[in-house]
Structure formats: structure tokens, C-alpha cells
Ligand binder design. Structure first.
Ligand code: ADP
Ligand code: ASP
Ligand code: MG
Length: 454
């Protein structure tokens, strides 16, 4: 499908820090207005708001509730106070905060994932209303759009999966026609299931929303504006010497996102890769500092590209003597996992045991553990189960890793001081994964970074 404008349209997404306060919102508005090709703006909640809403959804004591409601109101009011026309937007935000208060009282009686998603959605609803008001006051032809009209998902609250077909049809019918005359402001992260109840796409899901809308609109580019000027060789918060990668292939960036580089939600690149839409990552604080372009053919791929770190990993070790010569044991284990909607990450096997890791980081909005009593009970009918928590996964991302002789020297040689719980190497030529105690994770990343990129 092609859109009407001569330049392919762009979708721009701004994360929490880029809409944290009035000045940040204004800078983000400047970025949008500097690119006429940007027709859709996807926003996260203002920094910190989602975390507070999640806490409220956990059903707290009245005192704590009052504190978080006060904080949320303070963030919104600090933006409203700097707008020239305040009355209308203040009434709207007050109504939303009343709804948040009511829902958090409900959560005090009984919590549920559906209730959490409804509560949490107010973060994005408020930030988009405020940004919309700000642009209106800058005399921009702008529209506010409720993304739940098009972002149909399944009913897996907390980490809902979008229905691409419905999303495309509805986007083209309800959103596309508006873009010729209006700049559209909409929410990341939230969606709605068949019955109209609000869902969320998992923590950090606004990146994914931008990519999905970009795909549905046949965008020419997706811009992700955040608080760092691009994708680095590793998280610059962990290794300040990390270097910016100016161009990176879809595959490499997708590996980084999958293995925990928080800069992109793990699913962000799926739509972009499928539809070959370049993704730009830059900092809304320093838009002129450049950034990273993720696209199809990003130059000569190096052996070592980046390091990613994913915390809160769980290792399950399953022991059974029946495994020797047995057939179908693994299939049974995976069936149980599938019934519990758990995706297994790394796996290593011996004759009488299997070790597998499960990712429990931000996959759900609340970060609730995926290992339930029922899951363990079912696995125990097959084998003896050991659970180790608090581990971290360090992934070396690169190209043709399984063929290069440099891995032994440059990766394994620096690991000597550390207790490496599990290694996965050889299945993919793009990654080498190490499971380490959570307390060693940053040290391992620093040691590897200085060996591979120093
Ligand atoms: P936003 O709210 O804009 O979505 P996030 O906090 O989700 O921002 O993502 C940006 C953060 O990702 C950065 O501040 C940085 O600490 C972290 N990060 C992790 N890995 C990388 C990496 N390889 N390159 C750049 N930033 C990274
Ligand atoms: N506001 C949501 C979160 O904090 C989504 C996002 O920021 O992408 O997870
Ligand atoms: Mg993010």
C-alpha cells in the first residue's frame, strides 16, 4: 500500500524521559515539527508514572495510595502549569486521576491483571492528552487518537499480543485518512482485546506500538527518540566507555533487543524486519547528536557487535534417570511449558538432566514471576526440579561467532574469575550466551567489553 504524500510518512516514538516534563515535551514537539514527514507520534507515559500506576494496581494501604496519587498529579500539574490555556486540560487530567483513584481502591479489594492494565493505561492516556494540548497551543493541526481503536490484541493482560491483520485493517480505515490533514498523537504500549477491555504489550511496549503502526501505515521510517543518542556497544550506564554504533543490521539489532538491550523492546524489530522499514534511534535531549540507523544492509558486519544484559533470569534444572534412552521426554517438558505460555530461552542437556532458562524480566507489565506452583507441580510428575533465581544472562552479539577462532581468546579468556553457570554457544552464529550470578553481571559485561571493544 502506498500513502498519499510524496515523501513516505514517518512514525516517531518518544519514551518516558522525552515526555517527562514540560521542557522535555517541548523539545520533543520541536523534533516532530522539524520533520514534516512525521505524521504519527507515539508516546509513552511520563517517566516514572507507569511504575507508580503498577504499584497502585497492587492494592496498597490508603496512605501509600494517597502518596502515589499525589506524585502522579504533581507530574501532570507541573506540565499543565506551563501551558497557556490550562482550564480544559486540567479538568480532563483531573477526571483521569479520579478514575485512577477509583481503580486503585478497587485493586485494594481484589487485584487482577485486567485491572492492572486498565489502571496503567492512564499513564499513556495522560501524556498524550498533555502533548496534544501543548501542540494545539503551538497552533499545529493536530489530532488525539485512542490507539485502542486499532491496536486489537489477545486477552493476555500484561503481555498481550497484537492481531496484525485487524490492526492493519483498522489502521488503514480509521487512522490513515486523518494523516493528510492532521498530525496524529497516540499512545504506545496499550491496546484492547475483543471485548473492548484495555490490554498492555509488556514493559517498554511503546517501541513495539510504533513499529506496528509504522508497518500498518507502510511508513518509510520509524524514529525512536529516547535518552541516549543511539544504540551503543553495550548499555552506556553499565560501561561509560561504550561506543555508539552508527549503522546496524536488522538482525543484529533484533538480537540485541531480544537479549535485553533496554533501548528497544524485544519485539520492536519484528514488524520493521518483516516490512524492511529502517528504524532510527536518537536522543530527544540532543537531536543534533545523530543516532543509530537500523536497516537492511548495514555495511560490513563485524565479528563482535555488542553485549546485552538481561537480569532476573531463572534456571530450571530437571533431573530424571528415566531420561536415559527415553524418547519424548523433552517433548513432554516443552508441552508443559507451552501450556503455561512460557517460552524457554537457553537450553543445555546431559544424559540425565536438562537445564533451561526462563526470562522473567519485563515480559509482563507487572514483572510477576512466570514460575507458578502449578507449573512446578506438573514438572515434578516427570522429574526432580531445581529452581535457581537471581541469575543474569550476558549475550555477546555478533556475526559468524560460531566460526571465528577469536571467541576462545577474546571471550573465554576473560571469564576466568567468574562463575559461569551455563554457556550456550553454537546454535546461533549471532549470539553466545552466558548465564552468570546476578551480582557478577556488570563485572562480566565490563570485562568482556574491554576485551572485545576496548
Ligand atoms: P525510553 O523510556 O525512551 O523507552 P528506555 O529506558 O526504555 O528509554 O531505553 C533507553 C535506555 O536503554 C538507555 O538509557 C540505556 O541505559 C539503555 N540501554 C541498554 N542497552 C543499551 C545499548 N546497547 N545502547 C544504548 N542504550 C542502552
Ligand atoms: N510506559 C510503559 C512502560 O514504562 C511503556 C513504555 O514506556 O514503552 O513500560
Ligand atoms: Mg523503552
Amino acid at each position: 500500500m502506498s500513502n498519499n504524500s510524496s515523501i513516505p510518512l514517518r512514525v516517531a516514538k518518544f519514551g518516558g524521559t522525552s515526555v517527562a516534563d514540560f521542557d522535555a515535551m517541548n523539545r520533543s514537539a520541536d523534533i516532530v515539527l522539524a520533520s514534516p514527514a512525521v505524521r504519527v507520534v507515539v508516546l509513552s507515559a511520563s517517566a516514572g508514572v507507569t511504575n507508580m500506576l503498577i504499584t497502585l494496581s497492587e492494592g496498597n494501604a490508603a496512605e501509600q495510595r494517597t502518596h502515589y496519587l499525589y506524585e502522579i498529579r504533581r507530574i501532570q500539574y507541573s506540565i499543565i502549569d506551563r501551558l497557556s490555556e490550562k482550564t480544559l486540560i486540567r479538568t480532563e487530567i483531573d477526571q483521569m486521576i479520579d478514575s485512577i483513584a477509583m481503580l486503585s481502591e478497587e485493586a485494594g479489594l481484589a487485584t487482577s491483571l485486567a485491572l492492572t492494565d486498565e489502571l496503567v493505561s492512564y499513564g499513556e492516556l495522560m501524556s498524550t492528552r498533555l502533548f496534544f494540548a501543548l501542540l494545539q497551543q503551538r497552533h499545529v493541526a493536530v489530532a488525539w487518537f485512542d490507539v485502542r481503536q486499532v491496536m486489537r490484541t489477545n486477552a493476555q493482560f500484561g503481555r498481550a499480543e497484537p492481531d496484525n491483520h485487524i490492526l492493519k485493517v483498522k489502521t488503514r480505515r480509521l487512522l490513515l485518512p486523518r494523516l493528510a490533514s492532521e498530525l496524529v498523537i497516540t499512545q504506545g504500549f496499550i491496546g484492547s482485546e475483543r471485548r473492548g477491555r484495555t490490554t498492555t504489550l509488556g514493559r517498554g511496549g511503546s517501541d513495539y506500538t510504533a513499529a506496528l503502526l509504522g508497518e500498518a501505515l507502510n511508513a518509510g521510517r520509524i524514529d525512536i527518540w529516547t535518552d541516549v543518542p543511539g544504540i551503543y556497544t553495550t548499555d552506556p550506564r553499565v560501561v561509560p566507555q561504550a561506543k555508539r554504533i552508527t549503522e546496524i543490521s536488522f538482525e543484529e539489532a533484533a538480537e540485541m533487543a531480544t537479549f535485553g538491550a533496554k533501548i528497544l523492546h524485544p519485539a520492536t524489530l519484528l514488524p520493521a524486519v518483516r516490512s524492511e522499514i529502517p528504524v532510527f534511534v536518537g536522543s530527544s535531549k540532543e537531536p543534533s547528536a545523530g543516532g543509530t540507523l537500523v536497516y537492511h544492509d548495514a555495511g560490513h558486519p563485524p565479528i563482535f557487535r555488542a553485549l546485552a544484559l538481561r537480569r532476573r533470569q531463572t534456571l530450571l534444572t530437571l533431573h530424571s534417570l528415566n531420561m536415559i534412552y527415553a524418547r519424548g521426554f523433552l517433548a513432554e517438558v516443552f508441552n508443559i511449558m507451552a501450556r503455561h505460555a512460557i517460552s524457554v530461552d537457553l537450553i543445555s542437556t546431559s544424559e540425565v538432566s536438562i537445564a533451561l532458562t526462563i526470562d522473567t524480566t519485563g515480559s509482563t507489565t507487572t514483572g510477576a514471576s512466570l514460575i507458578t506452583h502449578t507449573l512446578l507441580a506438573e514438572l515434578t510428575t516427570l522429574c526432580r526440579v531445581e529452581v535457581e533465581e537471581g541469575l543474569a544472562l550476558v549475550a555477546v552479539i555478533g556475526n559468524q561467532l560460531s566460526q571465528g577462532g577469536r571467541v576462545g581468546k577474546e571471550v573465554f579468556s576473560v571469564l576466568e574469575p567468574f562463575n559461569i553457570r551455563l554457556i550456550c554457544y553454537g546454535a546461533s552464529s549471532h549470539n553466545l550466551c552466558l548465564l552468570v550470578p546476578g551480582s557478577d553481571a556488570e563485572k562480566v559485561v565490563r570485562a568482556l567489553h574491554s576485551s572485545l571493544f576496548g
